[in-house]
Every structure is written in C-alpha cells, then in structure tokens.
Write a protein that binds this ligand. Structure first.
Ligand SMILES: [Zn+2]
Length: 132
C-alpha cells in the first residue's frame, strides 16, 4: 500500500499547530474579530435566505450554502463587517479555497474589489481552474 512521503521539519521550526496558534494570537480570536453570537444569528438568517451557492449554481452545480462571507475583507472595520451588501452566501469550498486565493490576489493588487464577488469572471475562472 502506498504511503505518503515523510516530511521533515527543522528542529527550530514551529509545528503546524504552533503556527496556527501564532496566527490566531496575531489576528485575535474569532470572537475578538467580531464573530459574536449576534453574528451567528445574522449569518444563519442570511443563509436561510440564500440557500444555494451562487458560484456553484453559475456552473450548473446545486450546492447548499454553508458560510456567510464578507466579499471585501473587513479587517476589523465593523461598518464593513455588518454591511449586508458586503455579504455573500457560499459553500465551504468556495469560501475556504476560492475566496482565500482571491483575497491573496486582491491584497497583492493583482485583482480589484469587484473580483472578490464569487460570481465575478475572475472568481469563476479561478474556480474552474481549481475544479478541473
Ligand atoms: Zn460553491
């Protein structure tokens, strides 16, 4: 049976768990970033109104929404955080994979704000490349 190749980590390098803990310490916990019980309720209500991932639907896939995403990253700006016109409901894959890559491209300046919408041409093209 094939096994995954062994990976090596330098003795001084942090473990993946340590890296994650460091990252959370720098950016604050989810609660510290505004993801309160008020958010949980608002997000659930939003997902009830938007049951199908529009980005999946755009390519003919019927996928339930799981995440309320901030189209433009709020970075602690509570005005942007609560601005419902900045919310999009999507499936976990679109949020965790496609949107994270779009945000990196956005922060690097290679795409614009409108490209962060998961039904934008840039997002659909990226999703298509990742999916197939
Ligand atoms: Zn999707």
């Amino acid at each position: 049976m094939p096994t995954a190749p062994k990976t090596f980590r330098a003795a001084h390098a942090p473990t993946p768990k340590q890296s994650e803990q460091d990252y959370d310490r720098r950016r604050g916990s989810a609660r510290e970033r505004g993801y309160s019980s008020k958010w949980d309720k608002a997000s659930v209500a939003f997902l009830r109104k938007h049951r199908v991932c529009k980005a999946c639907e755009a390519v003919g896939i019927l996928q339930a929404t799981e995440v309320t995403d901030h189209i433009v990253p709020h970075k602690g700006d509570m005005g942007l955080f609560w601005d419902r016109s900045n919310w999009q409901a999507c499936c976990r894959w679109h949020h965790d994979v496609v949107k994270q890559m779009l945000e990196r491209e956005f922060l690097a300046g290679s795409i614009g704000r409108s490209d962060l919408n998961l039904t934008s041409r840039a997002a659909l093209d990226l999703a298509s490349r990742l999916r197939f």
